[in-house]
Design a protein around this ligand. Structure first.
Ligand SMILES: *Cc1c(COP(=O)(O)O)cnc(C)c1O
Length: 376
């Protein structure tokens, strides 16, 4: 048996008949840049995220970047964020010329620890970027309290967490902005790159819209230096069709995650060797963009190699904490600065959790892990 980490072909087959005529319609009209399809998707996405506005952009990376640009965050400013995330979170901060400041993570949720955030606030801090990693919300209430107290902007990196909830609120509707990615491997993926910024403040949303299109308030009159961060009509049309199915797909992932809990327990692997992704102590809806287990006793890489050799897809998100990345060496990060993040990079392993992964395939994943520990 083969179990890939992710296989989008079955998902595509389920809406192919609906999407292809819409793509043909856009091609016939030759109207690709912004327009009605993008506007329609932006409204649907805002409804889905239960926030006032969303603005479609080129990618999740650019969603983070454009929010920082619109807030005029740059040289001399500090932005507190997590070292245990995809590179883009921190790349955006450095690209605007600001300084990322790393606050360590909570080992249970892998998300930024609010107490660590508080300890990193200085007079130079302008913003906090919490990341809802793997599809589970960061602990937003204490983060929003810190932000209020110090007048900081909060940009939620919700790139892995569309539809996830924190105390009944959808992620991206809690901070000043939310950043979403429609990279194909995310729970809502388009047919290429895409992203969105969410926002509850009309004036801020209007400004993001201006920044998305070279800072033009009207054609060829540039109020700011923005960029080309436009979502295109083809991607928006695909996303509108997929958005209607997103909850069913995320529910399938949640159900697969619940099934893994039973399978791992039945296999006797939860005796300290394997730790499953834990639900936060606060009420959440986890959408399992990734199902990341922890592997103890320094055996993670050996298990990864064994799974690959036996036809089970798996991956390490992420193998090197961002404060230790060579490109950020000038920031002076050292081993030991963020011990929980560093420990996570040595232990995590993502297993297949996509909706179409069958019961048989999930059983095979857990049986293969059990065989590894039996030394077979
Ligand atoms: C995917 C991702 C991004 C970047 O999104 P792109 O659309 O690939 O640019 C940013 N942050 C996190 C946490 C992500 O997972």
């Amino acid at each position: 048996m083969q179990v890939p980490l992710l296989d989008l072909r079955a998902q595509y087959a389920s809406f192919k008949d609906e999407v292809l005529p819409v793509i043909a319609e856009i091609c016939d009209a030759q109207q690709f840049i912004l327009g009605a399809k993008v506007e329609a998707f932006e409204k649907e996405l805002a409804d889905y995220c239960r926030c006032r506005r969303t603005i479609g952009v080129t990618s999740g990376s650019d969603a983070l970047l454009v929010a920082l640009m619109a807030e005029n965050i740059g040289p001399g400013d500090e932005v507190v964020t997590t070292p245990f995330t995809f590179f883009a979170t921190v790349g955006a901060i450095v690209r605007v010329g600001a300084t990322p400041v790393f606050a360590d993570i909570d080992p249970v949720t892998f998300n930024i620890d609010p107490a660590a955030v508080e300890s990193k606030i200085t007079p130079k801090t302008r913003a906090i970027i919490p990341v809802h990693l793997f599809g589970q919300s960061a602990d937003m209430d204490p983060i929003m309290k810190i932000a209020e107290k110090h007048h900081l902007v909060v940009i939620e990196d919700a790139c892995q967490a569309i539809g996830a909830e924190y105390r009944g609120r959808r992620v991206g509707s809690i901070g000043d902005y939310g950043a979403f990615s429609f990279f194909p491997s995310k729970n809502l993926g388009c047919f290429g790159d895409g992203g969105a910024v969410s926002c509850n403040d009309e004036a801020k949303a209007d400004k993001i819209k201006i920044f998305r299109n070279h800072g033009q308030s009207k054609t060829y009159y540039h109020e700011y230096v923005g960029g080309n961060f436009r979502l295109d009509a083809l991607q928006a049309a695909v996303l509108s069709i997929k958005l209607r199915r997103l909850d069913a797909w995320s529910e399938a992932r949640r159900s697969n995650a619940a099934d893994y809990e039973k399978l791992f327990a039945a296999a006797g692997l939860l005796d300290g060797r394997i730790t499953l992704p834990a639900r936060a102590a606060y009420p959440v809806r986890h959408i399992y963009n990734q199902y990341c287990i922890r592997v103890a006793d320094g055996r993670r890489d050996a298990l990864r190699d064994y799974l690959h050799a036996h036809g089970v897809g798996c991956a390490i998100y992420y193998p090197l904490s961002l404060h230790l990345q060579p490109c950020f060496a000038a920031l002076g990060g050292k081993k030991g600065d963020c011990p929980q993040s560093e420990k996570a990079t040595a232990e995590v392993l993502a297993l297949p959790v996509y909706g179409e992964c069958s019961a048989e395939q999930r059983r095979f994943v857990v049986e293969t892990i059990a065989a590894f520990y039996r030394g077979e």
